[in-house]
Write a protein that binds this ligand. Structure first.
Ligand code: IPM
Ligand code: MN
Length: 325
């Protein structure tokens, strides 16, 4: 049975980086004998203009039927599409590995994995305005914290058995205190430390190699992973996987970058490394490792987009990586 993959190219640079990544996906699938049934669907700003909804019902139907979703960045309607997919399929763990690549100047060496809770916190969308007062609810549940902490445990067990829990329980005593307490309980037996999110932001710049697995809530994870990606050499290299118990969605961490869209200069590596994570999730570590190795080789060979000091186009980089797989 082939795996059903739904591709959502997205907005801005999305279609370009996804096209480049699909050369690599198809080459890896052919080489490693992974049967994929690929469908493509619209979602995002362009869909909103065309159909009046950012996530058209046809796309939802295809997403329901898919095993895995491979998505480019989305513009103004990113929350409507991305969060909808995360919530609808309970993709409760957002895995964001951050590692500098040979040949790309990094601020400092870094090699860690963020495990970001992905469906709770202020992202539940419970906001209210009453006269001169605006309120957002921050929701943390025991179940939500336990299941994401178990994912952090699995990553830690495959790495150095070390987890840093990032929170702000000195201020959000009840809510973040609950997250910390439940996480500590779930991570028993591992080497666990904790850090306030403000201090973690500082440490990520000052001494990033002190981090291995980082477990944190949705909003802190959102902010810190952009920061960490820049420490590693740039947001154009940062992949992610949104993981649930039965379905997953893979996407670059970066946004639609309308300012450089259509110019062929966007870096496809974040999306290509997200494809590697997809193969790994499908149980094909061989294909995943081959893609990662090909990405490193392409950089060594100088096949780089301008953001990391090269002169090649999005398409050329994608085609080259596919060709050396
Ligand atoms: C991300 C994005 C999304 C988020 C937005 C687009 C809803 O920034 O995946 O990090 O905040 O989670
Ligand atoms: Mn973000």
């Amino acid at each position: 049975m082939p795996y059903k993959v739904l591709v959502i190219p997205g907005d801005g640079i999305g279609p370009e980086v996804v096209e480049a990544a699909m050369y690599v996906v198809n080459a890896a699938a052919a080489k490693f004998g992974v049967e994929l049934e690929v469908k493509t669907a619209e979602a995002g700003d362009a869909a909103l203009r065309k159909y009046g909804v950012a996530m058209p019902p046809e796309t939802l139907k295809l997403a329901d039927a898919a095993d895995v979703i491979f998505k480019g960045p989305i513009g103004e309607s990113a929350y409507d599409v991305t969060s909808l997919i995360r919530m609808r399929y309970t993709l409760y763990a957002n895995i964001r590995p951050v590692k500098d690549l040979p040949g790309v100047p990094a601020v400092k060496p870094i090699d860690c994995v963020f495990v970001r809770e992905n469906v709770e916190d202020v992202y539940v969308g419970a906001e209210y305005k009453v006269g001169d007062v605006a309120i957002a609810l921050k929701v943390i549940t025991g179940q939500g914290t336990r299941r994401v902490a178990r994912v952090a445990r699995r990553y830690a067990e495959a790495r150095k058995r070390r987890v840093t829990i990032v929170h702000k329980a000195n201020v959000l005593r009840v809510v973040d205190g609950f997250f910390r307490d439940v996480a500590l309980e779930e991570l028993r037996g591992l080497e666990v430390d904790q850090m306030y999110v403000d201090a973690a932001a500082m440490e990520l710049v000052r001494n990033p190699s002190r981090f291995d697995v980082v477990l944190t809530t949705n909003q802190y994870g959102d902010i810190l992973t952009d920061l960490a990606a820049q420490v590693a050499g740039g947001i154009g290299l940062a992949p992610s996987g949104n993981i649930g118990d039965n379905k997953a969605m893979f996407e670059p961490v970066h946004g639609a970058a309308f300012d450089i869209a259509g110019k062929g200069v966007a870096n496809p590596i974040a999306t290509i490394l997200s494809a590697a994570m997809m193969f790994e999730w499908l149980g094909r570590r061989d294909a995943a490792e081959a893609i990662r190795a090909a990405v490193e080789k392409s950089i060594e060979a100088g096949y780089k987009t301008p953001d990391i000091g090269g002169k090649y186009s999005t398409k050329e980089v994608g085609k080259y990586i596919a060709s050396i797989l």
